[in-house]
Design a protein around this ligand. Structure first.
Ligand code: ASP
Length: 349
């Protein structure tokens, strides 16, 4: 094959200019063609219009809109899917409104024990913390585990020691929990005293009204997916119970090849159904679309199993799915059209 002669100084300049112009054009075209998308949840549960005072509903809707916009803004500025997920989840952890961070629900012993996880769809790196009592923002700790440790899941005091070493903010255990959470603990304890102690199937009326975990999924302009989840777990949990939120494949999963998923619901069922990975597997192995795979898992398999809850999901094309089988799920999304969607009940669409 004849070698291409090296361009002369003049023609090299022309060549470079043309290449640069082509590159700029490609970047602009790429930016136009590549969708960004962002979705969050603020928990699923027995939320109904009748049981939610209008001012409370307005507060949730406003918070969801602010959080989804903040996360989406990170993506609009060219930020990574991981940054968008962490930005949104930190806002929800700090708000005191959701069952995560400040607003975490109480254990049977009246303490707060928090779980969180994050996953990078580009590399399938993941990090998680479970049963932590002093880390202000567990999602930041999960990210630090992913990026600055050789491990995936750290628990309890060890996770707190690691977080402190990483310069993350630790707070007094008293920082967590709200008055509403205390009242919910009393209600759930009273309900529980009416039924047998050991059962993996729990009647719906005995479940906490506010499951309330938070989560986010993002697709950035580089085409990368990420997912994160953070929670105080379930009211009245005991014995160091850990739910699905910090379990990669159960409560959280992300893989650029398929989707990003963050779940909320009755964790024991989500762990036993390996919900988040099940959605990705249906897409990878059976070629189902995001909508088909999420509906199969949440509306068919989980319902048949008795698992209450839902999830938010995104694929690489920017499709969004937010199915739930509970009466309500706090959720919000901004898709390729840039419009803000906020929903709580089924009627919200
Ligand atoms: N999935 C969480 C857990 O079981 C609870 C929730 O989503 O509200 O810990």
């Amino acid at each position: 094959m004849p070698l291409t002669p090296l361009p002369s100084a003049l023609s090299r300049r022309a060549f470079l200019t043309a290449t640069a112009a082509t590159t700029v054009f490609a970047v602009i075209r790429g930016a136009e063609a590549k969708p960004i998308a962002f979705a969050i949840h603020g928990g699923a549960g027995g939320i109904s219009k009748d049981s939610t005072p209008p001012e409370r509903e307005a507060l949730y809707r406003a918070k969801l809109a602010a959080v989804v916009t903040a996360g989406h803004n990170v993506l609009k500025r060219g930020g990574s899917a991981l940054d968008a997920v962490v930005t949104a989840i930190v806002m929800m952890e700090d708000s005191g409104v959701f069952n995560a961070g400040k607003g975490s629900v109480f254990t049977s012993a009246g303490t707060c024990e928090l779980d969180a996880s994050i996953m990078d769809g580009a590399t399938r790196a993941a990090g998680a913390v479970a049963g932590v009592k002093r880390i202000k923002n567990p999602i930041r700790a999960a990210r630090a585990v992913m990026e600055r440790s050789p491990h995936v899941l750290l628990t309890g005091v060890g996770a707190e020691t690691f977080a402190a070493e990483q310069g993350l903010t630790l707070v007094s255990p008293k920082y967590f929990g709200t008055e509403e959470g205390r009242r919910e603990l009393e209600r759930v304890k009273a309900e529980e005293s009416k039924r047998p102690k050991v059962a993996q199937s729990v009647p719906a009326e005995a479940l906490p009204r506010k499951l309330g975990t938070v989560g986010a999924v993002a697709l950035d302009a580089q085409g990368n997916l990420a997912a994160g989840t953070s929670t105080g777990g379930m009211t009245n949990k005991r014995f160091g119970r850990v739910g699905d939120a910090p379990i990669i494949g159960a409560g959280t999963y992300a893989d650029n090849a398929t989707c990003a998923i963050s779940c909320t619901g009755h964790g024991e069922y989500f762990i036993r159904s390996v919900v988040a990975h099940d959605v990705a597997a249906l897409m990878a192995y059976k070629g189902l679309s995001l909508a088909e795979a999420t509906q199969e898992v949440v509306l068919r398999k989980l319902v048949a199993f008795g698992g209450l809850g839902g999830l938010v999901a995104l694929d690489r094309a920017g499709n969004i799915a937010m199915p739930f089988n509970s009466p309500g799920m706090f959720r919000a999304a901004i898709g390729a059209d840039g419009k803000v969607f906020v929903g709580i009940y089924r009627e919200d669409g």
